[in-house]
Design a protein around this ligand. Structure first.
Ligand code: GDP
Ligand code: IMO
Ligand code: MG
Length: 425
């Protein structure tokens, strides 16, 4: 069981933090392989609540090594804040290893993220404004700076001078924003280098050596399948490969080591930011899901849009990720509903469509076709075995299994690490 990948099967916030924290105890390494501090992963143990943005959710265990892989984008300032906040809660990130090849978020990336959103007007993506898109843009353009550059001050300065020369033109002449001074940014980032330098390493060798030595590695996805740059609802996506194959490119670990791909999905659906959402509910049920599910973003505090579970999306996620298992979370949020709907197909211009539409226009016009299931109307937060769940809750889980064609191995019935049913893990 050397490599397990956990990916969001929806639009993010499916409970990746909780489940990574739970499963990490059986692994030696927990790796973030894409994204940056646009992510907000919640870990809850009793009265301890942690919101992780960049540090992998396996950090709670002393014998797990958390790794930020080469596919990530790192804002050193934010990372240091996170490390300090963790320390205040008694959690040490001393073992954290950061890939020297991870791209670095620079201050202008954040400015440009904001400016681009402003310019897009009604077309805006609704980004987290953490500089994610502009940083990946520079990676692809080959003008980015990487974490390893901090270890070579002379080279860092050369890259910085070139970057600032072109970014200042863009910032000032195109967007009318403030420009940057090389010395000031150099000093600021050399300050980060002092604290982070000992954490920066060749994680590709580290992870491959570990796997060859028989260690187990857990890959913690961020965002979700429909936010994938290739497979998501483009352009309303993030800028990285959030699907399972991203674990390989984003860590340098070959596919042969990955033998379990877990798709995590809520028992309903949420989305933060713009873009189509066929099963979105703007009624009292949507309100109930928001309130009972506490659906407010961990990173930006934005209210999440809520809707019914979408079977078309889970089927798609099963395919593009090659899911071997599903982890179904937040089933307890549906406890009070008498009837629960699952979208099984879309009506697009009078035609029944059972797979994810290829064009965003069709997806935007898709009207959900629902199947109704009876609710269970009881509190399931105390259930720890699948058989403890009311018959209607079991039937709901089994229906999701039928639709997706993938075994639901784990069911979560509350935010705490312990509020979990390990059905076939
Ligand atoms: P992530 O980004 O995928 O890690 O998910 P978030 O942490 O952004 O959002 C998930 C939210 O749901 C967090 O507040 C979790 O504490 C909470 N949560 C996770 N699993 C469950 C569950 O089974 N039931 C309930 N009620 N809350 C859960
Ligand atoms: P976790 O890991 C939910 C969304 C943003 C926006 C789009 C692009 O906690 O599930 P970006 O800042 O990445 O350029 O924004 O992606 N988004 C998320 N939505 N959960 C996340 O992370 C997200 N990270 C980005 O709201 O729609
Ligand atoms: Mg989140």
């Amino acid at each position: 069981m050397p490599g397990t990948v956990l990916v969001g099967a929806q639009w993010g916030d499916e409970g990746k933090g909780k489940i990574t924290d739970l499963l990490a105890r059986d692994f030696d390494y927990v790796v973030r392989f894409q994204g940056g501090n646009n992510a907000g992963h919640t870990v809850v143990h009793g009265d301890k609540h942690l919101a992780l943005h960049l540090v992998p959710s396996g950090v709670m265990y002393d014998d797990v090594v958390p790794v930020i892989g080469n596919g990530c984008v790192v804002d050193p300032k934010v990372l240091l804040n996170e490390i300090d906040t963790l320390a205040e809660s008694g959690v040490s990130a001393e073992r954290l290893v950061i890939s020297s090849h991870a791209q670095m978020i620079m201050p202008w990336h954040i400015d440009l993220d904001g400016a681009s959103e402003k310019n897009l007007g009604t077309q805006k993506i609704g980004t987290t404004k953490r500089g994610i898109g502009p940083t990946y843009q520079d990676k692809a353009q080959r003008t980015g700076m990487r974490m390893g550059d901090l270890l070579d001050p002379e080279y860092f300065r050369e890259r910085l001078e070139a970057a600032i020369a072109s970014k200042n033109i863009l910032l000032k002449d195109v967007y009318g924003l403030d420009t940057y001074d090389v010395d000031a940014v150099y000093d600021e980032y050399m300050g980060y280098a002092k604290r982070l330098g000992s954490h920066i390493a060749d994680t590709v060798t580290l992870l491959n050596d570990a796997m060859e030595a028989g260690k187990n590695v857990f890959f913690e996805g961020a965002q979700g399948t429909l936010l994938d740059i290739d497979h998501g609802t483009y352009p309303f996506v993030t800028s990285s490969s959030t699907t399972a194959a991203g674990a390989s490119t984003g860590s340098g670990v070959g596919m042969k080591w990955i033998n379990r791909v877990v798709g995590i999905t809520k028992a309903y659906l949420t989305r933060v930011g713009s873009g189509p959402f066929p099963t979105e509910l703007n009624d009292e049920v949507g309100e109930l899901l928001t309130t009972v599910g506490a659906e407010f973003g961990v990173t930006t505090g934005r209210r999440r849009r809520c809707g019914w579970f979408d079977g078309v999306i889970i089927k798609y996620a099963a395919r593009v990720n090659g899911l071997t298992d599903i982890c179904l979370t937040k089933l307890d949020v549906l406890d009070s509903l008498e009837t629960i709907k699952i979208c099984v197909a879309y009506d697009i211009d009078g035609k029944r469509v059972e797979s994810l539409p290829d064009s965003l226009k069709d997806f935007t016009n898709a009207k959900p076709i629902y199947e109704e299931l009876p609710g269970w109307c009881e509190d399931i937060t105390g259930c720890r075995k699948f058989e403890d769940l009311p018959a209607n809750a079991q039937a709901y889980v089994k229906r999701i299994e039928e639709i997706s064609g993938v075994k639901v191995s784990i069911v979560a019935v509350g935010p705490d690490r312990d509020q979990t049913i390990m059905r076939s893990w």
